[in-house]
Design a protein around this ligand. Structure first.
Ligand SMILES: *Cc1c(COP(=O)(O)O)cnc(C)c1O
Length: 221
């Protein structure tokens, strides 16, 4: 199956469930991205700043670029002029830097707060308690250029489906809890980014509104 066909099939599955597709194009060459682009698909995700900047410069300007990977504070300035959504905001200092760079570029930058739901130590993100404190204290009050659009999380890399499901369910409940109980000026809880090639169907069943899929579209890396 061609790349456009794979994307079309995924979108036909996701759209009725109110879920958006981010095609994760990391490590993949321009021509593969352009195959999808020419078929009308324009939402791509990258996890390295340098690669994201290079692709943004080289490829059509109406592509919607998502930064899905771990983001270091000193690199925010490179993507601030154009990035459409930053998925992995995992600390307040990073959010403050995004605010600063957004202000400099006179634009708003939509962000997702990354929540640590997996068992693995290595995954980044706030824990549940930390995130509740942030909303309780309105830690985002001083920010005028970052927009908190929702939450993002990654499940444990395991074949144990029930564990993956329970982690996604935990994140979805946290998302609903915040959405229902906190109304803050620069927070709009609209996006729940969870699910990758191996686990997206479970994520969608548990309420994901945005999946990040790479290898099942572009092939293994
Ligand atoms: C690479 C990556 C994905 C996509 O993974 P696939 O297994 O290729 O679908 C999704 N989210 C993040 C944060 C990634 O780094």
């Amino acid at each position: 199956m061609s790349i456009p066909e794979k994307i079309q099939l995924l979108e036909a599955e996701l759209t009725p469930q109110n879920c958006q597709l981010v095609a994760v194009s990391k490590t993949k060459p321009h021509d593969l991205i352009m195959e999808a682009y020419h078929a009308g698909f324009k939402r791509f995700g990258e996890n390295r700043v340098q690669e994201l900047v290079e692709k943004h410069q080289a490829l059509p300007k109406d592509i919607e670029w998502h930064m899905i990977g771990h983001l270091q504070r000193n690199k925010v300035k490179y993507i601030a002029p154009f990035v459409d959504l930053i998925h992995g905001v995992d600390n307040l200092k990073l959010l403050a830097e995004i605010e600063k760079q957004a202000l400099k570029n006179q634009r708003e930058i939509p962000c997702l707060l990354q929540i640590h739901i997996a068992q693995e130590q290595s995954k980044f993100g706030f824990n549940e308690q930390e995130i509740m404190v942030l909303f309780e204290e309105d830690a985002f009050e001083s920010f005028t250029h970052v927009r908190i659009k929702g939450l993002m999380g990654m499940a444990t890399f395991t074949t144990d489906e029930s564990q993956v499901r329970s982690e996604f369910r935990t994140l979805a409940q946290l998302f609903q809890n915040i959405k229902q109980n906190y109304s803050l000026p620069n927070v709009q809880m609209e996006v729940l980014s969870m699910g990758m090639s191996n686990d997206y169907q479970i994520a969608v069943q548990e309420g994901s509104t945005m999946v990040r899929i790479g290898s099942s579209i572009f092939g293994s890396r």
